[in-house]
Design a protein around this ligand. Structure first.
Ligand code: ADP
Ligand code: MG
Length: 598
């Protein structure tokens, strides 16, 4: 404190200021009001809850929640607005076994401190004839009396933040607020399928669920039948937790994690650790920047879940968080492995319709059209055949490894298309198209991952390759050297900005073109700056990508067979390590639909 100023004097804040400060933690914005009031209705044992949002001139003017829950006696109705008054716990020890959503006794007091609230309530099956009506404004009760009312509770909240202008000024646009309310309601509906919810905006219905014992009904109501079609169940049990719910086919993914709904012990929560665990269960089935859709309900020993972390109760603290995350990752990954994940062709997609013959060829259509004719395999004399033969032979799977039943059906090669795709026919008569580069990438990736040829995974270069790097890249590369050498690179610092590469992994094949080594190292270094995967994972992906036969290499029928054979031996034949599909199928029905033969 600078001299010349008075020594500050400590004094206690008056209760109304205390309430307003505390209210700020619970009621951050209008959507928090919806969340707290709906949670109260759920705790009151409601079978149906109606939410009305009233708005005019781009602002939410009122929020009304009607429930058919247990209601309140006249005495309790008044007490409910007192800070820290709750019927849900009596002491801190109750938190270890808490089953209700609320327990802090703060929400009604906080809401009433910053808005005008009208409560109407009548207890269920109590013989009390009249209901109670309380009006409270900025924390002050202005009306308290009897009123005719149905059983249950109705709360109307108006003029939110009328007495806290600073907060009011920072309110987001109404659309942001409505979106937030939708997100909250999605979570609440999913976590309470046994309750029917209806959300109205100025009397227009926005969202509704019916009570149901099947979570898929609720998910379908919220996100549509198309989402449900692409989900499959996850169920697993661990000593401290059970997991049940649904996760999406990799083809149904999103840029953000907004459609990963996680419920712990009936409470909709947000946890980046759990989201991350679900995501990592997909591994390379999804591209780096994609997230799955998931609806998971976890039942965890309540002693391991601390719900008392944040006033909004949206965050929880988990004991044994690492074990929980690992269990989730494992369950997701095993559930995925049990699935048939070959994406079906999109029958309605316009992009599958060829342009009329007169239309100009689009500029992007550059691959060799001559090869593109489906006329059996072009038994090519392409010089590339020898090179790709080498690459394919190097990746032959060693014998003696127990072969599990393949996740892909047997596929007979029909032909090759454009040096990019292999066309095939399955046992059941479906047409499949395989991306040969993506497929080979997957094969290499799994081989490197398994470190199959541990002893001979390195091959010496006849002419060592010298690499020059910028200072920033030098430090990244130095860090990578141990991981690189484990995968078969022999790389030494040569002083200053120079490195020398003496050997490379066998799976990369004969590297006549040493420029490619430079590219591999560049890939690794640039990926390390953005990367999320660990070093080994990154190196494995780059090796797989650079080692795989290139698009544009025309493969012979025998080579196509070999790729399919090896792909069928992989653990996850459905996507390349970057999450792109390796194979797409067209059933007769799909094709008929595209040709409008139905
Ligand atoms: P908490 O939910 O943490 O107990 P609140 O301030 O949200 O705190 O609510 C205070 C109390 O008011 C609750 O414990 C409950 O007894 C009562 N109450 C609130 N809303 C309802 C409702 N919709 N139906 C019945 N009782 C309610
Ligand atoms: Mg509450």
């Amino acid at each position: 404190m600078s001299s010349g100023q008075d020594t500050p004097v400590i004094h206690l804040l008056d209760p109304s200021t205390v309430n307003q400060i505390a209210a700020g933690e619970v009621v951050e914005r209008p959507s928090s009001v919806v969340k707290e009031l709906v949670e109260n209705a759920i705790d009151a044992g409601a079978g149906s809850v109606r939410i009305d949002l009233l708005a005019s001139e781009g602002k939410i003017t009122g929020i009304r929640i009607i429930d058919d829950g247990c209601g309140m006696s006249p005495q309790d109705a008044a007490l409910a607005f007192v800070p820290h008054a709750t019927s849900k716990i009596s002491g801190i020890e109750d938190l270890d076994t808490i089953r209700t959503l609320g327990f802090r006794g703060e929400a009604l007091a906080s809401i009433a401190a910053v808005a005008n609230v009208t409560l109407t309530t009548k207890p269920r099956d109590s013989g009390i004839v009249a209901g109670t009506r309380i009006v409270i404004s900025g924390g002050v009760v202005t009306e308290h009396g009897e009123v005719g009312a149905p059983e249950g509770t109705t709360i109307l909240v108006e003029d939110i933040f009328f007495n806290t202008p600073a907060r009011k000024k920072f309110l987001k646009s109404i659309n942001t607020e409505l979106a937030q309310i939708h997100t909250i309601m999605e979570g609440i509906c999913f976590s309470h399928p046994q309750i029917s919810f209806r959300l109205f905006y100025n009397n227009h219905e926005q969202m509704m669920t019916d009570r149901s014992t099947r979570p898929l009904d609720t998910i379908a109501r919220l996100f549509g039948a198309d989402t449900v079609k692409n989900l499959f169940p996850v169920e697993s049990e661990f000593p401290f937790m059970t997991i049940s719910g649904y996760i999406s086919q990799p083809s149904l993914s999103r840029k953000d994690m907004a459609r990963m709904l996680v419920v712990i012990n009936g409470r909709f929560i947000s946890s980046s650790v759990i989201n991350g665990a679900v995501r990592s269960g997909y591994g390379t089935l999804l591209a780096k920047d994609r997230s799955p859709v998931a609806f998971l309900s976890l039942t965890i020993d309540t002693a391991l879940v601390d719900v008392n972390v944040h006033p909004t109760k949206k965050l929880v603290r988990l004991s044994r968080e690492k074990e929980i995350a690992e269990a989730i990752r494992k369950s997701v990954s095993e559930a995925l492995l049990r699935q048939d994940l070959i994406p079906a062709a999109e029958a309605s997609s316009q992009s599958t319709v060829l342009p009329p013959a007169t239309a100009e060829k689009p500029a992007a259509y550059t691959y060799p059209v001559a090869d593109a004719v489906v006329r059996g395999v072009s038994e090519s004399t392409h010089t590339g055949t020898i090179d790709s033969d080498l690459r394919l032979r190097q990746t032959e799977l060693p014998t003696g490894i127990p072969v599990l039943p393949s996740k892909l059906p047997a596929i007979e090669v029909i032909g090759e298309f454009g040096g990019i795709y292999i066309l095939g026919r399955t046992e059941s008569g479906e047409l499949v198209i395989i991306d040969q580069h993506a497929a080979h990438e997957r094969i290499l990736y799994e081989q490197v991952q398994l470190r199959l040829n541990a002893e001979h995974q390195s091959q010496e270069l006849i002419w060592p390759v010298i690499l020059h790097r910028t200072p920033k890249e030098v430090s990244i590369l130095k860090d990578l050297i141990p991981a690189l050498s484990e995968e078969g690179f022999v790389l030494e610092e040569f002083g200053g900005d120079t490195f020398i590469v003496r050997a490379i992994p066998v799976v990369l094949g004969r590297m006549e073109d040493t420029g490619i080594i430079d590219e591999i190292i560049s890939d690794l270094v640039s990926d390390a700056t953005t990367g999320s995967a660990n070093n080994r994972e990154r190196i494995t992906r780059v090796i797989a990508c650079r080692g795989a036969i290139k698009a544009g290499t025309v493969c012979s029928r025998e080579q196509c067979r070999r790729i399919i054979h090896q792909l069928r031996l992989t653990n996850n034949p459905f996507t390349c390590p970057h999450g792109r599909p390796t194979i797409i199928r067209f059933s007769r029905a799909d094709l008929d639909a595209m040709f409008k033969r139905t």
